[in-house]
Design a protein around this ligand. Sequence first.
Ligand code: GSH
Length: 324
Amino acid sequence: MTADQDEQIILLSLIPSPFAMSVKMALAEKGVKYQVFEEDAAIFPGVKTDLLLRSNPVHEQVPVLIHRGLPVAESLVILEYIEETWPASSDGLLKRTALLPESPYERSIARFWADFCNKKFWETSLLIMKKLDNEQIQAWNDTAQLYITLDREMTKLPYGKPFLFGEHLTIPDLVLAPLASWITVYEGLANRKFPDAKECPRLSEWLDAISKHPNVKCAIADPKMMLDNAIYFQQRLRDKAIGVGAKHTNQTESSCTLVPGTTYETGKLVESKFANEHTNQTECSCTLVPGTTYETGKLDDSKFANAPTNETESSCTIIPTTSN
Ligand SMILES: N[C@@H](CCC(=O)N[C@@H](CS)C(=O)NCC(=O)O)C(=O)O
């Protein structure tokens, strides 16, 4: 067993998350063994584990890498942390490649494209799943445009093939690589095809090579499962079960979905049946007493009852269970 394997390394993840997939790929590239705790995709982001909320209290998002008990959040930060913690080496049996090129200028180019893909590409393209109808079409069109931009700019990069900096994966490749599974989701949801090898030859060549890379293959989720999950997510959107909101008045009773036996912290969101009535809101906070166990479905005294439309925050009081 190597020293690496003695260390405790935990990844807080969500199977379909492209950001978490990139981190899994980087750990695989470095040959680092870790434990993964997956959030429950069927109820995320309405319900999150306490460990995630404690480890990333600012964004409350996956991925989080916990190394020797210390949390590192934000996928780009994690990828750089991995590169610095397990740098390139060819000592002993373990050969690790660098996830960033050598020269400062090339590093800056790598970081530019990593940032572009993390923010611009994923934030835009994930809207294909997170939006419905016209907004989904808009997200598709914007993503197709980004596809063309990526192809054009990748063609200009002089650092080799098939990846952005030649034969080895670097951080920007890892950030974009989850596209290998998400493309099936996007095409399946929108029932359209992205620009193909004729229109985007460099991106297609890159995608082809990425899809075959063993450390990418082991980190991405099965596209069919991803598509099923995305269809379910969209169904929840249609049922308004995700966009929790207080749009209407005249409501005097509602219920929250609380996991029995779970202790909730003050102000943490629980998925609420309010969602079935309202739109325009993705977060809701409940006033829950720390350390108290709540019963599923007991909700009282909700501001939703008299809520105006377009409210961005709401609070509700859950009745504590009387037993124990
Ligand atoms: N900028 C973040 C984005 C992470 C992110 O959006 N994670 C999503 C899952 S794909 C999440 O945890 N969403 C929960 C939420 O926003 O409440 C990163 O690069 O790590």
